[in-house]
Design a protein around this ligand. Structure first.
Ligand SMILES: C[S@@+](CC[C@H](N)C(=O)[O-])C[C@H]1O[C@@H](n2cnc3c(N)ncnc32)[C@H](O)[C@@H]1O
Length: 257
C-alpha cells in the first residue's frame, strides 16, 4: 500500500477495527493516514500477536486507545466500549484474505463487518485481482519453497494442536490455477497409500490423493464490486497498484434491507 493514500476526506474522529491484525505492519500506515484516530481495535485469534502488537502501538501512539479483542472474526464478536468518543468506525481488512472465502461466505462476512461497525461505517479492503495464471503459480509454488512450507504447516498445526500424526515428508505441496473460478487451489498430495490418525480417528489416503488446504480467489474488480454491493457496501474510491493487480477498496456502508 502506498503511504501517499490519504483518507483525510474531512475531519472525523474514527474508531478503526482490524480483523486479523497480525503483526500490525499495515496498521501504522492506516493510523498515519487517519486524521483523528480515537481508538483502534485489533482482533486476532493469536493472543501472543495481539498482546505484543497492542503494547507496541500504545507506546508509539500515546493518545490512541488500543482495545485488543481476542477471538475468531468469523464468529459474532462484541466490540469493547471505548472511552474516547468517535463519530465513525472504519473496518480495515487489507491483506487480500477476502479471497480465501467462498463467494457466498465472503458476502456474509462482509455484511458482518457492517454489523460490527454500525451505521455510517467505512471499509478499507485490500484484494488481489491478478488473473495471470503463470505469475500466480510462480508465487504459489515458488522456487524457494516458501509457500510449500506455509502449506505443510497446516499438517504441523494439526499434529501439534489436534492430536494428528501426519508425516510431513510424505506429502508434496501442489498449487493449481482455475481460470474459470478465478482461483488458486492449494493441495497437499500424499506420496503413498497411508492411514493417518487424526484425533484418534483413522483417515485413509490413496497414493497421489490430494488434501485441499486452501482456495484463493482472485476476484475481478467487477466481481468484487458486486460482492461489496450485495453485502451492504457502496464503493467510494478504488486505489489500484501501478500494475492493476492489487486494489484497495474504500466503501461506505449502505442501508441494508
Ligand atoms: C496474514 S496475517 C494478516 C495481518 C495483517 N492484517 C496484514 O494484512 O498484514 C493474518 C492474521 O489473521 C489472524 N487470523 C486468521 N484467521 C483468523 C480468525 N478467524 N479470527 C481472528 N484472527 C484470525 C492470524 O492469527 C494472523 O495474525
Amino acid at each position: 500500500m502506498s503511504t501517499s493514500v490519504s483518507l483525510r476526506t474531512r475531519s472525523v474522529r474514527e474508531r478503526a477495527i482490524e480483523p486479523g491484525s497480525g503483526a500490525g505492519t499495515k496498521t501504522r500506515m492506516l493510523l498515519s493516514a487517519l486524521d483523528q484516530p480515537a481508538s483502534y481495535v485489533p482482533i486476532d485469534v493469536s493472543m501472543e500477536q495481539l498482546a505484543h502488537n497492542a503494547d507496541a502501538l500504545r507506546a508509539e501512539y500515546p493518545g490512541l486507545e488500543v482495545q485488543p479483542v481476542h477471538g475468531d472474526y468469523t464468529r459474532t464478536l462484541v466490540m469493547p466500549a471505548t472511552r474516547a468518543p468517535f463519530e465513525r468506525t472504519l473496518v480495515f481488512f487489507p491483506g487480500s484474505t477476502i479471497g480465501n472465502f467462498e463467494p457466498s461466505e465472503a458476502r456474509r462476512f462482509l455484511a458482518r463487518f457492517g454489523e460490527l461497525a454500525g451505521p455510517a461505517a467505512l471499509l478499507l479492503l485490500g484484494a488481489d485481482s491478478n488473473g495471470e495464471g503463470e505469475s500466480l503459480l510462480r508465487a504459489y509454488d515458488d522456487s524457494q519453497g516458501v509457500t510449500a512450507a506455509f502449506n505443510l504447516n497446516v499438517l504441523a498445526h494439526l499434529n501439534r494442536d489436534h492430536d494428528a500424526a501426519f508425516d510431513l515428508d510424505t506429502f508434496d505441496h501442489r498449487a493449481t490455477w482455475d481460470p474459470v473460478r478465478s482461483r488458486i487451489e492449494m493441495q497437499l498430495v500424499s506420496h503413498r497409500r497411508q492411514t493417518v490418525l487424526v484425533g484418534g480417528e483413522p483417515v485413509e489416503l490413496e497414493r497421489g490423493e490430494p488434501i485441499v488446504t486452501e482456495h484463493c480467489y482472485k476476484h475481478r474488480p467487477e466481481v468484487l464490486e458486486n460482492l461489496l454491493a450485495t453485502s451492504g457496501w457502496k464503493v467510494r474510491r478504488v486505489f489500484p497498484d501501478p500494475r492493476g493487480r492489487m486494489r484497495l477498496w474504500l466503501a461506505e456502508r449502505t442501508e441494508r434491507t
